[in-house]
Design a protein around this ligand. Structure first.
Ligand code: GRF
Length: 227
């Protein structure tokens, strides 16, 4: 007892620890993926390096063969394939409610979409209002949707990049948290451009998650302003 008291007096007095220590809990995120999982891998590595200020509580995938699941498990991160139901591009309300329950069971604070190929609907939006992020490989609002590197090249823009934004009921239209710019080269193909954009994605997603979890921002209209 004496030894315990001398090393941890707060255990016995209850008064020695600052109150903030008692309230502190590492925030928990879930990452939803459908495929390759390079953004997930970057988040895991940034967590391991102490750069991502969050615990990755669970990875969920609608695709049982998603490499993202294997990446997570290879790093001892819990990863589940979850039934997506009968629809190709969204989850029915009943199914989405099951996904919400899993997120709640894991005490998730923030849901991060990383290559999740389904439109998010009401059960999830209502349960995690203002707490769902997405990463998109263009400078939104330019080129929402799919095959965006090809669209950027065909349009002839000289700069593209990536965007992390809050998810709302629009497609790739929620308030923008952060962006990174990538110059387009005359020699670029969709693949070479995608690879350079991906490097930036792997950097800014962690930054955006840290910002949102810190709470040091406010939203004015459609603007996310750091505080
Ligand atoms: C990324 O380009 C992301 O911006 C987009 O889908 C792609 C997913 O890649 N939403 P990965 O699965 O993270 O490698």
């Amino acid at each position: 007892m004496g030894q315990l008291q001398s090393c941890c007096p707060g255990l016995l007095t209850g008064l020695t620890f600052p109150i903030s220590w008692l309230k502190y809990r590492m925030k928990k995120i879930a990452v939803l993926c459908s495929g390759r999982g390079s953004n997930l891998e970057a988040l895991i590595k940034n967590k391991e390096a102490g750069i991502l200020q969050a615990e990755i509580a669970v990875v969920l995938s609608d695709n049982p063969d998603a490499p993202a699941l294997a990446i997570a498990r290879g790093h001892d991160v819990k990863a589940l394939h979850q039934d997506p139901g009968p629809k190709k591009t969204w989850l029915t309300p009943e199914i989405e409610a099951q996904w919400v329950q899993i997120l709640k069971d894991h005490s998730v604070d923030l849901v991060c979409l990383a290559g999740f190929m389904r439109i998010i609907k009401k059960p999830l939006l209502d349960a995690f209002t203002g707490r769902i992020l997405n990463i998109h490989p263009s400078l939104l609002p330019a080129f929402p949707g799919l095959e965006v590197q090809k669209k950027a090249l065909e349009y002839g823009v000289k700069f593209s990049g990536c965007t992390v934004h809050f998810v709302d009921d629009s497609v790739d239209g929620g308030p923008i948290i952060t962006q990174a710019v990538v110059p387009i080269l005359d020699s670029d193909t969709p693949d070479t451009l995608a690879a350079r954009i991906l490097n930036e994605e792997h950097r800014i997603y962690t930054e955006a998650i840290n910002l949102v979890l810190s709470g040091k921002y406010r939203i004015e209209g459609h603007r996310v302003i750091r505080t």
